[in-house]
Structure formats: structure tokens, C-alpha cells
Design a binder for this molecule. Structure first.
Ligand SMILES: O=C(O)c1cc(=O)[nH]c(=O)n1[C@@H]1O[C@H](COP(=O)(O)O)[C@@H](O)[C@H]1O
Length: 236
């Protein structure tokens, strides 16, 4: 089983800080994630730094709308360097199919590798206690499997889920079906708003493909040291 790829979430308010994180962390083999904060505040600046360092990135816009709108949005955001795009599984089968089709068509037009489309199952900030009030029966595991089945049938490359569901998803859908897992916290670090957190070691044991980490790295005074320690645990 190959080690998980560390994905650093560039969730910082300042473009200079984001660019500096790219410069310092790209050489140690991480890839990056551009989320709402970076994309809407200084998307072009950080994308250009990522292109300069020839490092791929996940574009985490969690698209969720009617199929035609999501199809057009995927078309608009696919460009060289985008390795993975996130959508919400709760947008439904037709929306996910439209996203996957659009990513393939746009990549072919641009003659670039097709970005993987990953569907968010249940946000890692949701705990058991939140599911009932959302009208969802069962626990996170059952819901993740149900949504992942829809995503797999829509030909998504994998799903965004917590480490806690990843091993079961791999057992159910096969190792080729990808897992992109945020909510990763080295032992002793603050969980903040992440209710389904897990350690890098647990991520490795579950065989996750992408281990997504933001604050424990970008909020550390020594982001390179923090990232290296997480990579060591993912590779152990
Ligand atoms: O799609 C995501 O990336 C995502 C899904 C999810 O269920 N939970 C989750 O935390 N994320 C993102 O993963 C990152 C986690 O950051 P930290 O909690 O700071 O490590 C943030 O950018 C979140 O937006």
C-alpha cells in the first residue's frame, strides 16, 4: 500500500503567507489544496506560485448546484495544475456525472491530465449527534458508504471522508476508489471544529490516499518541521 500523499490546505488570509508556504513546503513533496479562503481572496497569486513550483493542487470548491451549473463551473475552473476538484455528493447522481464529464471534456480541450473529481460525503466537522438533525438516519459510516456508492456510480475518482470511514470504504469499493481525508491531527494538537478527527498514523493504517492537513501545519511557527513530522508518521 503506497503511503498517503500529504495535502496542505492553504487556509491563510494573506497571499504572501500562502506563497511562502508553497515555496517552503513544495520541495518536501507535499501537494496543496486551494479552498474558499485562498480562491476567493487571492486565487490568481497562489495559482501562479503553484505553477512556478510545478506542483499540483486540489481545488476544493465543494461544488453543489443543479447539474448544468456545476458542469459550467467545472469547465471554468479546470486548468493546468488542477489535479483534483471537489463537489458535494449530496448534489446527487446527475450532478456528479455532469462534473466528471465536464472535467474530462475540458481537460481534453486543454490537452492536460484529467483532474480527479472527489465527492464530499459527510463533512468531518459533523459528529454522530449532528446527523439526526440533518434528517440522516444511521451513523457517519453508513451515510458515507451510501453517498460513496452514488459517487462511484457517477465515476468520481473517490470521496472526501474522515479517516474513520476510509478503511471500510476501501474494503467495500476496492483500493482503487480514492479517499481524501481531512480532519487529521497529530496526537496532542487541537481538534478545533473537527469532530471526526484522526492521527496521521490512523490515516496510514486506514490506507487513505490523500491526508489533508491545514492548521496543524499552516498555523505552526515551523510549518516545514510540522509537515515533515506528519510525513514521517504517514510513511512509518
Ligand atoms: O473538502 C475538504 O477539503 C474538507 C472536507 C471535510 O469534510 N472537512 C474538511 O475539513 N475539509 C477541508 O480540509 C481542511 C482541514 O483543515 P484543518 O482542519 O485546518 O486541518 C479545510 O480546508 C477544510 O475546508
Amino acid at each position: 500500500m503506497p503511503p498517503s500523499q500529504l495535502v496542505v490546505a492553504l487556509d491563510v488570509p494573506d497571499p504572501a503567507r500562502a506563497v511562502s508556504l508553497v515555496e517552503r513546503l513544495a520541495p518536501i513533496g507535499v501537494i496543496f489544496k486551494i479552498g474558499y479562503e485562498a480562491f476567493y481572496t487571492y486565487g490568481e497569486a497562489v495559482k501562479s506560485a503553484l505553477r512556478e513550483h510545478e506542483v499540483g493542487y486540489a481545488l476544493d470548491l465543494k461544488l453543489h448546484d443543479i447539474p448544468r451549473t456545476v458542469e459550467a463551473a467545472v469547465r471554468a475552473v479546470v486548468e493546468p495544475g488542477v489535479r483534483l476538484v471537489t463537489i458535494h455528493a449530496l448534489g446527487g447522481a446527475a450532478m456528479m456525472e455532469a462534473a466528471v464529464r465536464s472535467a474530462g471534456e475540458r481537460a481534453a480541450e486543454l490537452r492536460i491530465p484529467i483532474p480527479e473529481v472527489y465527492a464530499v460525503t459527510l463533512l468531518t466537522s459533523l459528529g454522530n449527534e449532528d446527523l439526526g438533525e440533518l434528517g440522516l438516519a444511521g451513523g457517519p459510516g453508513e451515510n458515507a458508504i451510501r453517498l460513496a456508492a452514488l459517487a462511484r456510480d457517477a465515476r468520481c475518482a473517490g470521496v472526501v471522508c474522515s479517516v474513520r470511514e476510509a478503511a471500510d470504504l476501501k474494503a467495500f469499493f476496492g483500493t482503487e476508489f480514492g479517499t481524501f481525508c481531512p480532519g487529521i491531527r497529530p496526537a496532542g494538537s487541537a481538534h478545533g471544529d473537527q469532530k471526526r478527527a484522526a492521527t496521521p498514523r490512523e490515516a496510514r493504517e486506514a490506507g487513505v490516499d490523500y491526508a489533508v492537513v491545514g492548521r496543524p501545519i499552516v498555523g505552526d511557527a515551523d510549518p516545514v518541521g510540522a509537515a515533515r513530522a506528519i510525513i514521517a508518521e504517514l510513511n512509518a
